[in-house]
Design a protein around this ligand. Structure first.
Ligand SMILES: NC(=O)c1ccc[n+]([C@@H]2O[C@H](COP(=O)([O-])OP(=O)(O)OC[C@H]3O[C@@H](n4cnc5c(N)ncnc54)[C@H](O)[C@@H]3O)[C@@H](O)[C@H]2O)c1
Length: 298
């Protein structure tokens, strides 16, 4: 089955970008968010990100802007899910919320539709029981497409049919992205597990006063040639989102070393959430790491 029609539920940072990425490649996309303004608000933020990073997603920024108009924003969940081949859920990283939403998706989406979560840390095996179709449930995890990160993890749950996994991988390829198959369930999927190790160590180094976060970012930028480092990346993701993800890992391991440092929690309490609030590790829209001289430590 080829995926042609998709419904995206939750139009925040990721849902908006997923919807537009799919529309860019000719999918018929409908979106729903409990906040009717979410899509438009997020588009403005994403445009800002692309501006200071100096690049867009897998297609020219103009195509991406045009595709945003193709996404149909619905007021009702039922309308959003009518006739879709695939539903991608991108509501906040909270297991109970996701289960509640998935039980609605299961009752309203066509029986043939695949249900996917974009969760960064929750394997679908924890959510699938909220549905009557575990063989059609899976993780399709996008990174931040707006900054050109076109890799997507694809992972099944306990009963996911091989055909569902193959269909999902084909869909991912069809929208200009690279599927990263995960053969056996693991927290963090394929590349997110690697990113998680980087986050944990860099937050530990900064939060315990060993180094200035800017020096880690400088080193990373020189080492990899990227336009930003791990702290710049966390600002893009949203520090509250990073915190929730790290706490999901902690809830799994119960290892206190998995709890992010207090200084990080303090930033979140002060609403310094990164790009979305204009301040995180850096100040936006003109972060220090994008300014000339940053790499020289000036
Ligand atoms: N931010 C990232 O870089 C990133 C990367 C990969 C994956 N993810 C994952 O994607 C998911 C969404 O993250 P985000 O960063 O886009 O979050 P976000 O907070 O930016 O957006 C979530 C959206 O969901 C909406 N929402 C909440 N409850 C809802 C409901 N019941 N029905 C419909 N809409 C609802 C909110 O209004 C909001 O617009 C999370 O599971 C997260 O782990 C995030």
């Amino acid at each position: 089955m080829a995926i042609k029609k998709i419904g995206v539920i939750g139009l925040g940072t990721l849902g908006t970008q997923i919807a537009i990425q799919a529309a860019c490649y000719g999918c018929e996309v409908k979106g729903y968010d409990q906040d009717p303004e979410a899509f438009q608000k997020t588009i403005q933020k994403v445009k800002g990100m692309m501006k200071f990073l100096g690049r867009g997603p897998t297609r020219p920024v103009e195509d991406w802007e045009k595709a945003a108009f193709q996404v149909k924003i619905e007021k009702e969940l039922l309308e959003t899910l009518k006739d879709v081949d695939l539903v991608i859920e991108a509501v906040p990283e909270n297991l109970e919320l996701k289960k509640k939403v998935w039980s609605q998706l299961d009752s309203l989406a066509p029986k043939s539709a695949l249900l996917a979560t974009n969760s960064s840390s929750i394997p679908v095996s924890r959510i699938e029981s909220a549905t009557q179709r575990p063989e059609k449930c899976l993780n399709i995890h996008f990174y931040q497409p707006a900054i050109g990160m076109n890799i997507v993890d694809v992972m099944g749950g306990t009963k996911t049919a091989p055909v569902a996994i193959e269909t999902a991988k084909q869909f991912v390829r069809s929208i200009g992205c690279i599927p990263l198959g995960v053969k056996k369930e693991i927290l963090g999927f394929c590349f997110n597990s690697v990113w998680r190790a980087i986050k944990k160590q860099t937050l530990y180094m900064w939060g315990n006063g060993f180094v200035d976060f800017r020096d880690i970012d400088r080193a990373w930028m020189v080492f990899t040639g990227q336009s930003h480092g791990p702290f710049g990346m966390m600002d893009l993701v949203g520090l509250d989102v990073v915190y929730d993800i790290e706490m999901s890992y902690y809830n799994e391991s119960k290892d206190p070393r998995d709890i992010p440092p207090q200084a990080f929690k303090d930033m979140i309490d002060r609403k310094e959430l990164g790009v979305k609030t204009g301040k995180g590790f850096y100040a936006y829209p003109n972060p220090e790491y994008a300014k000339p001289g940053f790499l020289k430590g000036q």
